[in-house]
Design a protein around this ligand. Structure first.
Ligand SMILES: *Cc1c(COP(=O)(O)O)cnc(C)c1O
Length: 355
């Protein structure tokens, strides 16, 4: 059987401090009010004014011609690869990329694409690593079609690719006639952390999308951007995949609200993540990765505790952490305060001390 999401352990108290994921934020009252006021229409029919407003704003933000509203980030990735590639073609991505590890094999199952996994620290491959994996064209080799990056790199610890590296990667792709795609699930985190605009980050990329259900705190939605021609074709895939919606303006209104109110505040999430990492680093033996943004990965093995045991212990104190790739991940977001980080650190210190 494949695994359903896990239920809380028997006897566990309600979660008071949710560091599991920035996907678990709840819409604020003000966001819900914006949703209530939204003008809506039939999105599938092209009649939803709020969805149009969101798409226009996102195309401008990303510096692309056009945009399409999708129910999820995964659908943005799937519609994008289906638009860029043909069956049997190859996508180049980091070995920890979401498209490779976390989308149920969609790109192979639906598109017939194979993904060439590149190595590199913190979820990022280097321009040299990319160059070394460009295949010569022959009857034997799969046709390479697309180069993918993830900004920020999720399993890479929320790492931010510098704009100069992104430009170099895009340049190599263009040189070899390859298309480029940016999984920008947490692109605004990268922009706030680096001071670089979304349009500049994505300048060399043919397609890019942003998720509104991560740190931006909306209940649903992601927007994929690219050329008008690319978005036309992506719309066909959205229709085929069942992603064409009806009164979707209710959700687009939450996304617009988040662009107005929840972008600059990502800096607080980054500060909270840094505070958590600093505190963790003071626990003897604890291995902590210095966070660029809102994801803190740590490994308590050197402090004498397994990751699973520590996550279980904290859950019994009402603190929810997650495990990813054998490490613990703590994610800061809209619903996590500096005081909660302090309390989490106290509970972690106590748990490790008890062993
Ligand atoms: C969450 C995430 C996705 C998928 O987005 P959903 O909206 O959950 O479908 C894709 N890529 C990255 C890097 C993510 O973190």
């Amino acid at each position: 059987m494949v695994h359903a999401p896990q239920r809380p352990p028997v006897g566990a108290p309600p979660v008071r401090i949710n560091l599991y994921s920035d996907t678990q934020t709840r819409p604020t009252s003000a966001m819900k009010e914006a949703m209530m006021r939204a003008q809506v229409g039939d999105e599938q029919h092209g009649d939803d004014p709020t969805v149009h407003a969101l798409c226009d704003r996102m195309a401008a933000l990303m510096g692309k011609e056009a945009a399409v509203f999708m129910p999820s980030g995964t659908m943005c990735n799937v519609a994008a690869t289906l638009t860029h590639c043909r069956p049997g073609e190859e996508i180049i991505a980091h070995e920890t990329a979401h498209i490779l590890t976390s989308e149920g094999g969609a790109h192979a199952a639906l598109g017939g694409f194979q993904i060439l996994p590149l190595k590199g620290a913190r979820g990022m491959y280097s321009p040299d690593e990319l160059r070394a994996h460009i295949r010569g064209k022959s009857r034997h080799t799969p046709t390479q079609r697309l180069v993918e990056v993830e900004q920020t790199a999720n399993i890479g610890g929320g790492a931010v690719w510098p704009k100069s590296v992104l430009d170099e990667i895009a340049g190599i792709a263009k040189e070899h006639g390859l298309a480029t795609h940016m999984d920008g699930a947490r692109l605004m985190n990268a922009c706030v952390a680096s001071g670089c605009s979304a349009a500049d980050m994505a300048a060399g990329f043919d397609s890019v999308w942003l998720d509104f259900t991560k740190g931006l705190g909306a209940p649903l939605g992601a927007v994929l951007c690219g050329s008008a021609e690319f978005i036309d074709e992506a719309w066909r895939w959205k229709q085929r995949l069942g992603g064409a919606m009806r009164q979707a303006g209710i959700c687009a209104a939450a996304c617009l609200y988040s662009l107005d109110h929840h972008v600059d505040r990502l800096a607080e999430d980054h500060a909270n993540a840094k505070a958590l990492a600093r505190g963790l680093a003071q626990i003897p033996g604890m291995k902590v990765e210095e966070p660029d943004t809102n994801l803190v990965f740590f490994d308590p093995a050197g402090a004498g505790m397994s990751a699973a045991a520590l996550v279980g212990r904290l859950r019994m104190e009402g603190v929810q952490l997650s495990m990813l790739g054998g490490r613990i991940r703590a994610c800061t977001h809209l619903d996590v305060t500096a005081a909660m980080i302090e309390e989490t650190l106290q509970l972690l210190r106590a748990a490790v001390a008890r062993g």
